[in-house]
Design a protein around this ligand. Sequence first.
Ligand SMILES: Nc1ncnc2c1ncn2[C@@H]1O[C@H](COP(=O)(O)OP(=O)(O)O)[C@@H](O)[C@H]1O
Ligand SMILES: [Mg+2]
Length: 492
Amino acid sequence: MEQKHKDNFNTLYEIARSINSILEPEDLLERVLEIAMTHLSAERGFVILADSNKENGYDVVTMKNFSSQKTSNDYAASSSVVISVLNTGEAVLTFDAPNDERFESSTSIIAQKILSIICVPLKIGERTFGAVYLDSGTMLKEFNDESLKFLTIFGNLAGIAIENAKRYEELRSQNERLKNETGAICLFENIIGKSDNWKKALEIVQRVLDNDVAVLLTGESGTGKELIARAIHDNGARKGLAFVAVNCSAIPETLIESELFGYVRGAFTGANTAKKGLVEVADGGTLFLDEISDLPFLLQSKLLRLLQEKEYRRIGETANRSADIRVVAATNKDLRNEVKKGAFREDLFFRLNVVNIHLPPLRERKEDIPLLAEHFLKRSAKMYKRPVESIHPDAMQMMLVNQWQGNVREFQNVIERAVVLCRGTQLTPNDLVLDVSRHESALPNSMTLEEIERQIIEATLEDLDGNRRRTAEKLGVSLRWLQYRLKEWNKD
Ligand SMILES: Nc1ncnc2c1ncn2[C@@H]1O[C@H](COP(=O)(O)OP(=O)(O)O)[C@@H](O)[C@H]1O
Ligand SMILES: [Mg+2]
């Protein structure tokens, strides 16, 4: 009892602190869920906010451990519980769900072996505006009056914190709108995204438009590097002039010099006529060098010369030619690492990397998913002449929890395919073909939750060379939580 008291107190303290420290509504909701799940040792959970525009009257805003495949079944089971909490403003608790007559109709509770359910209202004063839902196939922590009091205070504290964060977000977006109206941001119509880390990247883009400074775009494949390179060209001083994209990994090593710099007649066997190189074609405009890390070493020095002296030669030529071009390069590799390995010239690296713009992977800008979905949905519907207009909340939820290793490119393909497959006017989970293999794992069911957790954490840590920050990111937990766990297992 003493210890439990202390735990409750600590948890409440932590939530109270979150009120002041986390202002991102999404982060905050995740944190609230994390705290509640940890405290009550729940296996799965989600947070909903009341939303009269939605079919059920609520919107699922964050969830943990609900596998994307089972999503719709899960909701059938939990939906009645959530709706009752929203309507009555009272917490629902059960520790024997299959025999609890309130859930008689929910066969899926039995099918899914849900034993314990806790659902707490989120409140501001008397107004219930959301709920935290937790369930588990095993008995949740021993429960008593003390815990009920705890949960009520928890709901109230979390309620205040969430309301605060929402207000802050409103202020901030109002601020952004004002900025937009004065033309500070939003130059690029076809570039979608309003998440912080995406906007940070765009802000740098804006600053490089009007000068010729060399830009290195970094980011995983499909994050929009080429799109941004074009935007830099189309909105800068060289717009209307040539934009030439060269994929350094697509051209065979033996051809790349002649492709880039051209040749004179008779330069080599078969060179019956002279040929312009892409550098010459791009003269006056922008040369986009994609996958720059694959540029052969010899060509790296020639490119360096072009950047430094603005001079080059066609193959077989003795006189120099000059070119006035802006160079934008892109890579999905860590170029610094290539330099260390001796595969990439350091001087060229510094020349190209005057300004680095890093494009975040889609999984780090999930708040942009609804916007991107709407954008690609409209575009594909038009392109394929399909009557699809909207996306079912369950389908949206699946997209929100997916990992998107292929980033926006993969996302766009999935929506496009879904629009073509879709039979009605709304995309459903069935229309989405996601790579679900990553969500499945064949874990022996004789293991305890903690053992499973430990195995996953250790395997991930090993995968990522012991990098804790990346491990936490990959597992969708906070670094602090991970460190706490490791400490608990004396790995610290
Ligand atoms: N923020 C974005 N808004 C709209 N479309 C995007 C965005 N980012 C990427 N895309 C689209 O995703 C696809 C992949 O982008 P691309 O620029 O080719 O990525 P990368 O060069 O990094 O591999 C393209 O069709 C691009 O138009
Ligand atoms: Mg690309």
